[in-house]
Design a protein around this ligand. Structure first.
Ligand SMILES: Nc1ncnc2c1ncn2[C@@H]1O[C@H](COP(=O)(O)OP(=O)(O)OP(=O)(O)O)[C@@H](O)[C@H]1O
Ligand SMILES: [Mg+2]
Length: 264
């Protein structure tokens, strides 16, 4: 059984003042196995965030369903944690309190010491333990995003939903965060399955087991699903010389370029 199963999702947003309704998700089917890292890639506006929001239970689809561990999703729950496209920390709380609040509300029965341990573990894993008492506005964008990642892991979700978590970061910070994310996913946590939206072709290939390419009309919502058969751990410097890397890269370039022509 897939850990995450998406069946026949349709989602439209109503039109207003002469703007036609938008059929954003046009029959999305996707199965994600336990332990899989899946990336979603596609041009702006093709429905990546909408799909993630439906899986998170924040948006209701017009039709179709999402199953997590065989159970239908009807609302947000602690089995799924989301890192949003824009930083979404609570501004009045310290980094520590931001992570602790999320851990506590997801595990209300857990003893305090266990929550404290969890919070320390994930804030340390993203290198922010020293900065734990600062507020979000006192730290950089990258540090806020690392806090958001720590917060998501501290919830102890089975599925992690990441919406372009590193989009706004410089290349070096992004590389470091990618490493931290992979380490957490592989070693540190109970979180097995990741669904991550990205704009970056290289980021998708470096991180994912499979890449879901999404399209704008008149293309279908899912244009293609490309397996990435590169052994892990992947070294960002040497992996790009692997023929399998170049093949996937070329396929993605072709698909995304074709999509652009469809829009023009
Ligand atoms: N709440 C909403 N009401 C109306 N239209 C919406 C709403 N949310 C999204 N849309 C529209 O649905 C389409 C898909 O939006 P979505 O945010 O899912 O795109 P995206 O692929 O995440 O884009 P980006 O890469 O820019 O983040 C867009 O055209 C957007 O304008
Ligand atoms: Mg988006």
């Amino acid at each position: 059984m897939s850990q995450l199963e998406i069946d026949g999702l349709h989602m439209s947003f109503p039109g207003r003042r002469g703007i036609a309704p938008q059929h954003v998700l046009r029959g999305v089917d996707l199965q994600v196995g336990q332990g899989e890292f899946v990336s979603l890639i596609g041009h702006s506006g093709c429905g990546k965030s909408t799909l993630l929001n439906v899986v998170a239970g924040l948006l209701r689809p017009n039709s179709g369903r999402v199953l997590v561990g065989g159970q239908p999703v009807t609302a947000p729950g602690p089995d799924r944690a989301m890192v949003f496209q824009n930083y979404s920390l609570l501004p009045r709380l310290s980094l520590l309190a931001n992570v602790r609040e999320a851990a506590r509300s997801a595990n209300p029965q857990a003893p305090r010491e266990r929550i404290d341990e969890t919070v320390e573990r994930y804030l340390s894993a993203v290198g922010l333990w020293e900065h734990r008492n600062k507020r979000p506005r006192q730290v950089s964008g990258g540090m806020q995003q690392r806090t958001a990642v720590a917060r998501a892991f501290a919830v102890g979700p089975r599925i992690l939903l990441l919406d372009e978590p590193f989009g706004a970061l410089d290349a070096l910070t992004r590389a470091r965060l990618q490493e931290q994310l992979l380490e957490l996913w592989a070693n540190e946590s109970t979180t097995e399955t990741v669904l991550m939206v990205t704009h970056g072709i290289d980021e998708a290939i470096l991180l994912a087991d499979r890449i879901v390419v999404m399209g704008n009309p008149p293309q279908p919502s899912i244009v293609d699903i490309i397996p990435v058969e590169l052994p892990r751990p992947r070294d960002r410097v040497t992996v790009i010389d692997d023929p399998a890397y170049r093949q996937v890269q070329q396929r993605l370039l072709d698909l995304l370029h074709a999509d652009q022509q469809a829009v023009a």
